[in-house]
Design a protein around this ligand. Structure first.
Ligand code: PEP
Length: 234
């Protein structure tokens, strides 16, 4: 069983989501399918497709205009929330510390955080990839985790750019993440790969050791692109 999570970013409509959920419900798969959508679309019901948010406030409630609390996301029936996505780290200057606070809020409200880590092009070129990944994992995960979390390795330079690392780069990153998680007492935590996943490369990527699924941006927006990713693996 693999985890296939879509990230719609700031795209789509509620009726478009309803239609995709109907399409996905016809797919014969044992994989866990998740769609992380804009807050306004949460609340669409499905027995087979779980929904998630794409960000969450660091705060529990109160005078934080424009923010959405984890309890509110959970109240829609959503089960997941992405934290520390590359675009949030870039445009909202999120640090590992911010991401850890957001993950704590998610966990305190029964949501499974999908915690994203990954290196920028600048960090890659400076030879810092492994150090950034390891500190991302160690610093972005709350210390008192006792329930499920998901980690996503997303090389930031590759997201939305149509670029993918080599198979051995993905393998090296995922091996390090699995070892780091085990060292933190979190062995067995699923680790997804994300960046430019599509129907034509999904099976190969998910055959790499320690890749437990994928986080998919652009190719999760249309059933015709997303379904081949879901069915590419058993
Ligand atoms: C993402 O947004 O998490 C992502 C991986 O995007 P894309 O698949 O479009 O590179």
């Amino acid at each position: 069983m693999k985890i296939i999570a879509g990230n719609w970013k700031m795209n789509g409509t509620r009726s478009g989501l309803e239609s995709m959920v109907r399409d996905l419900e016809t797919v014969d798969t044992e994989n866990q399918v998740i769609l992380c959508v804009p807050f306004t679309m949460l609340g669409v019901r499905s027995d087979k497709v779980a929904l998630g948010g794409q960000d969450v406030s660091e705060q529990a409630k109160g005078a934080f205009t424009g923010e959405v609390a984890a309890s509110m996301i959970a109240d829609t029936g959503a089960k997941y929330v992405i934290v520390g996505h590359s675009e949030c780290r870039q445009y909202h200057n999120e640090t590992n510390n911010t991401v850890r606070n957001k993950a704590s809020q998610a966990l305190a409200n029964g949501l499974i955080p999908i915690i994203c880590v990954g290196e920028t092009m600048e960090e890659k070129q400076a030879g810092k990839t492994m150090a950034v990944i390891e500190s991302g994992v160690r610093e972005s995960i709350p210390s008192d985790v006792s329930t499920d979390i998901i980690v996503a390795y997303e090389p930031r330079w590759a997201i939305g750019a149509g670029l993918t690392p080599t198979e051995s780069e993905i393998a090296e990153a995922h091996t390090l993440i699995a070892k780091t998680l085990a060292d933190m007492g979190l062995g067995g935590t699923p680790v997804l790969y994300g960046a430019s996943v599509k129907g034509s490369n999904a099976a190969e990527i998910m055959s790499i050791p320690n890749v437990d699924g994928v986080l998919v941006g652009g190719a999760s927006l249309k059933s015709d692109d997303f379904i081949p990713i879901i069915t590419s693996v058993k």
